[in-house]
Write a protein that binds this ligand. Structure first.
Ligand code: NDP
Length: 412
């Protein structure tokens, strides 16, 4: 197993060269915050390419402002429309379309840094392309590691890429755990990783209340402003489950070494406990520009625009254990990690379908874990051999999840 690539034989010093940055998922919350941090350091970064799914207006506005060399949309019709609008506005940006173009701008020889911030399994191929091409990858798209952790980490090593975790928890762990490639935690004196979780909007809800929570309530996260999919994942605690799997791959940690701790203030972003009893925590206001700036500047510390942490104002830091009965998604993720092989990919795909259905008001909140558990229990878990296999596994799990939804709709 390999772990996060940093220090070993990698030259991080930009030596004054302006870094060319591709932002995959530029119109999203991580994408726009990345642009915000970059624009505070024009002497260090230039926008090479910006990508989105089908959001023509959002990408148009970003192209007018940042004038990237390339803009990529997944949808062909959206790309045609963007091309026309940019031409009319006199913006010289080449517009490309499709998944192969996403991979192209992630692996282009002129690119130094790739922010992988597409949401969901759709981020896998471009992230793999960046890994194989040896880029500095700022990984926000946790689904890549959940689906294809071993293949992705191998591609990072083989491609000579540098992987910096952007998820605030993993970024925190990375900051407090001097990394050593290919070594297990015990060898570097680490006892366990404490992954903090806000507990989401339903931390204090009863089982009964959870049956009836609405989409609007689930989208109302108490501490973080995020895209809709991760916000629902946070409410169900699947987000923390995905992060447990992510931590497993990034830090060479077994599931038993990763403990989830609910910390409602989201001030401590995670902790590492060492054998000597030391517990190191990384703290800060809940603002993704901190880990983004850390990834962009590493090993330098850049100004991010994040305000100072006022501990007097915070006043207190609370902790409690997660309730896996109320939040079965967390248990399901641990089980998928322990099952290994294709189980996490099946978990991820069925979760994406469940979240989509919940956001479309087709199912209730507690149907999310029910759907995932059914799909996982019926799936044939195999060893992971290739990305092509994972693409098939992902499609099969989505079909099984859709079948479950159709059956539920008929029953009503
Ligand atoms: P958003 O929903 O805000 O943005 C998603 C981005 O991905 C948009 O640019 C969207 O384009 C693009 N996109 C969506 N589907 C596709 C597709 N099929 N192909 C290509 N591009 C696509 O998500 P977030 O920024 O919140 O999250 C991005 C990733 O970062 C997720 O994996 C999330 O788990 C992770 N993350 C996010 C955090 C946060 O604070 N937001 C914190 C930690 C991790 P379009 O606008 O056209 O839809």
């Amino acid at each position: 197993m390999v772990s996060v690539s940093s220090g070993d034989n990698v030259d991080f010093n930009t030596q004054g060269k302006i870094q060319q940055v591709t932002i995959l998922g530029a119109t999203g919350t991580i994408g726009t915050q990345t642009l915000d941090v970059m624009s505070q350091h024009p002497e260090r970064f230039e926008v090479f390419a910006l990508t989105a799914n089908a959001n023509v207006q959002g990408l148009f506005d970003l192209c007018v402002k940042y004038k990237p060399r390339y803009a990529v949309l997944l949808s062909a019709s959206a790309a045609t429309s963007l091309e026309t609008q940019l031409k009319n506005a006199g913006v010289v940006t080449t517009v490309l379309q499709g998944e192969s173009a996403l991979c192209e701008v992630a692996s282009h020889q002129d690119v130094d840094v790739v922010m992988a911030a597409i949401v969901g399994a759709a981020g896998l191929h471009p992230a793999m392309a960046a890994a194989k091409a040896g880029k500095r990858i700022l990984l926000a798209n946790k689904e890549t590691l959940v689906m294809a952790g071993n293949l992705f980490m191998q591609a990072v090593t083989d491609g000579g890429a540098t992987l910096l975790p952007i998820d605030s928890e993993h970024n925190a762990i990375f900051q407090v755990m001097p990394y050593q490639r290919s070594r297990v935690l015990a060898d570097i004196g680490v006892k366990r990783i404490l992954l903090t979780a806000s507990g989401g909007p339903f931390r204090n809800a009863s089982m009964e209340q959870l049956q009836h929570v609405t989409r609007a309530q689930a989208l109302n996260h108490p501490n973080w402003v995020m895209g809709p999919k991760i916000t629902i994942d946070s409410a169900s605690m699947m987000n923390k489950g995905l992060e447990v799997i992510e931590a497993h791959w990034l830090f060479n940690a077994s599931s038993a070494q990763i403990e989830v701790l609910v910390h409602p203030q989201s001030v401590i972003h995670s902790m590492v406990e060492y054998n000597d009893g030391s517990v190191l925590a990384q703290m800060g206001n809940p603002d993704m520009r901190t880990p983004i700036a850390y990834g962009l500047g590493y090993p330098d510390r850049l100004i991010s625009g994040v305000s100072s942490l006022d501990l007097l104002k915070v006043g207190r830091l609370d902790f409690c254990a997660p309730d896996q009965n109320k939040f079965p998604c967390l248990r399901l993720a641990y089980e998928a990690l322990d099952a290994g092989g294709t189980a996490p990919a099946i978990l991820n795909a069925s979760n994406e379908i469940a979240v989509e259905a919940f956001l479309a008001d087709k199912i209730g909140f507690m149907d999310i874990p029910a759907l995932i558990e059914t799909v996982l229990s019926k799936a044939n878990v195999e060893a992971v051999t290739s990305i092509a296999q994972l693409v098939e596994v992902d499609a099969d799990a989505r079909r099984a999840a859709t079948h479950w939804l159709n059956t539920l709709a008929c029953a009503h």
